[in-house]
Design a protein around this ligand. Sequence first.
Ligand SMILES: CC(C)(COP(=O)(O)OP(=O)(O)OC[C@H]1O[C@@H](n2cnc3c(N)ncnc32)[C@H](O)[C@@H]1OP(=O)(O)O)[C@@H](O)C(=O)NCCC(=O)NCCS
Length: 145
Amino acid sequence: MMAFRLAGHDDLPAINRLAKPNDAVWSERAWRDALDSGYDVHLMFDDTVLSGAAAVQHCLDETELLEIVIAGQLRGKGLGRQLMEHLLHVARRGGATRMLLEVRESNLPARALYESLGFTQNGLRKNYYPCENGREHAVLMEKNT
Ligand SMILES: CC(C)(COP(=O)(O)OP(=O)(O)OC[C@H]1O[C@@H](n2cnc3c(N)ncnc32)[C@H](O)[C@@H]1OP(=O)(O)O)[C@@H](O)C(=O)NCCC(=O)NCCS
């Protein structure tokens, strides 16, 4: 059974250890900036082991997913889905009617996760993210909570 709580600054080193070396995910600095900006960083624990983290920003009746990462060695076991379902539940409880996100076009695991949860594409931001071969598009997605 997973447990959830909000992160504080003391959690930053552990959050930073979740990513694999080649992941295109936030740096520790970016997670810190999110906390400093007042965004919610949700943590998911399997017993005492930190297994995932996600940052969200609430604005009126919308919640935007800013980042999500599952511990490298624990991927593909349904944990990303559990964390996303928790975020959707919290968003709904907080009065959000929509969740928004953007994802690299090449990030097929993440896109498959979002699609399996009912997110649909509502836009494309061309050449948005820097990548190894230049730049790649951001796929914009949304779901009614
Ligand atoms: C994207 C990420 C959060 C998914 O977490 P996860 O725990 O591995 O995903 P789950 O095991 O919950 O998988 C849920 C669904 O996602 C899809 N999925 C997950 N991994 C996949 C893969 N490697 N290939 C294709 N689809 C995949 C499947 O639809 C899967 O459902 P299924 O198991 O019923 O087929 C995780 O891979 C991660 O942390 N990646 C690095 C950070 C990142 O890219 N974050 C997204 C930023 S937008």
